[in-house]
Design a protein around this ligand. Structure first.
Ligand SMILES: Nc1ncnc2c1ncn2[C@@H]1O[C@H](COP(=O)(O)OP(=O)(O)OP(=O)(O)O)[C@@H](O)[C@H]1O
Length: 314
């Protein structure tokens, strides 16, 4: 069952641009320019794109914060802006840059208030909160006013706040931005576990590709407001012919003129040779013949490489 369906989704903004020394002219820019999106229940989708590509604007339209300029959109069967109140009960939102907590109240009091706002039965609320307290280690700062929390603590609080009413879809805009390594791992681990249960759909924007590798089976890449890729990470590697790297270290400085189909020498620095390869086997048998091999490692293609190539080419 599809929980998000968008066809030709579009958002235009009117901006003022310089036209001469003093004069400013109005110009219409399409931040989102005809996006089609169909997301099934339980999917975890990474929504990627360079700065200004239109990611946040899309999420704002899907969550009922912004009115689209064109196209059709349904989320959980609702049209987001006119049915925003009904939709709010079915979705959870975490915008890394903004808070849904009460700054002056202890974190735990924000959770109580949210229970009343969403009218969640006490037992259900307690069950979900217990789980978050446990998995996100909240106990040490439940009584701390939100304004005194560190960013990592606050983000764990934000995630909890977004989940207490049991949403079907979780929208996450940069959920790990600015977090240290440990907090990032805690947040990713928590989201991965939530995703594995299969009843929460997640759509997440991030510039941290480790989030995507850990969490998303599918990625949608947007640039200049248009979708330029929609599929698995593997499909992206296939499309851009991402190749594995073979790193060979020799006991003595070495030069080689190995020529094999699908093998390219990327760098040669003294005792180290680095190759980009389609197939590892034939190269390795040649390497063992040309010198005394000290160490050999094979690196899988980096998602960063392929995404940056995609941004550059679109
Ligand atoms: N309220 C607004 N008024 C005018 N232009 C806007 C407004 N909001 C966004 N834009 C423009 O729309 C485009 C898309 O912005 P958006 O915030 O959706 O990008 P993004 O992909 O989320 O970027 P980032 O990765 O930097 O957060 C940008 O060019 C931005 O300047």
């Amino acid at each position: 069952m599809k929980v998000i369906e968008a066809r030709g989704l579009r958002k235009e903004f009117v901006v003022r641009v310089k036209a001469g020394a003093i004069r400013r002219q109005k110009r219409v820019v399409a931040a989102v320019d005809g996006v089609d999106l169909a997301i099934e229940r339980g999917e975890m989708v990474g929504y990627l794109g360079p700065n200004g590509a239109g990611k946040s604007t899309t999420l704002k339209m899907l969550t009922g914060v912004l009115m689209p300029s064109g196209g059709d959109v349904r989320v959980c069967g609702f049209t987001p802006v006119p049915q925003r109140v009904k939709l709010a009960r079915r979705i959870g939102v975490v915008f890394g840059q903004r808070s849904q907590l009460w700054w002056d109240l202890p974190l735990g009091d924000s959770f109580d208030l949210l229970r009343h706002i969403y009218r969640v039965p006490a037992a259900e609320h307690a069950l979900r909160l217990d789980r978050c307290r446990d998995l996100l280690d909240l106990d040490a700062f439940m009584q701390t006013p939100v304004r005194q929390l560190s960013l990592g603590q606050r983000m764990r609080g934000e995630l909890t706040a977004a989940l207490l009413h049991g949403p079907e879809i979780l929208f996450l805009d940069e959920p790990t931005i600015g977090l240290d390594v440990v907090s990032k791992q805690a947040v990713r681990g928590f989201l991965a576990e939530l995703g594995e249960k299969g009843d929460t759909t997640m759509i997440l924007t991030t510039h941290d590709l480790a989030d995507i590798e850990r969490l998303c089976q599918r990625i949608v890449v947007i640039d200049h407001g248009r979708v330029v890729h929609d599929g698995t990470i593997q499909a992206l590697h296939d499309r851009y012919r991402s190749r594995r790297r073979v790193i060979a270290d020799f006991d003595e400085p070495i030069q080689t003129d190995i020529r094999l189909p699908g093998v390219e020498l990327e760098s040669s620095t003294g005792t180290r040779l680095i190759f980009a390869v389609d197939e590892v086997g034939p190269l390795i048998s040649q390497l063992t013949q040309i010198g005394s091999l000290r160490d050999l490692s094979i690196a899988e293609p980096e998602i960063e490489d392929v995404i940056s190539r995609l941004y550059l080419s679109s």
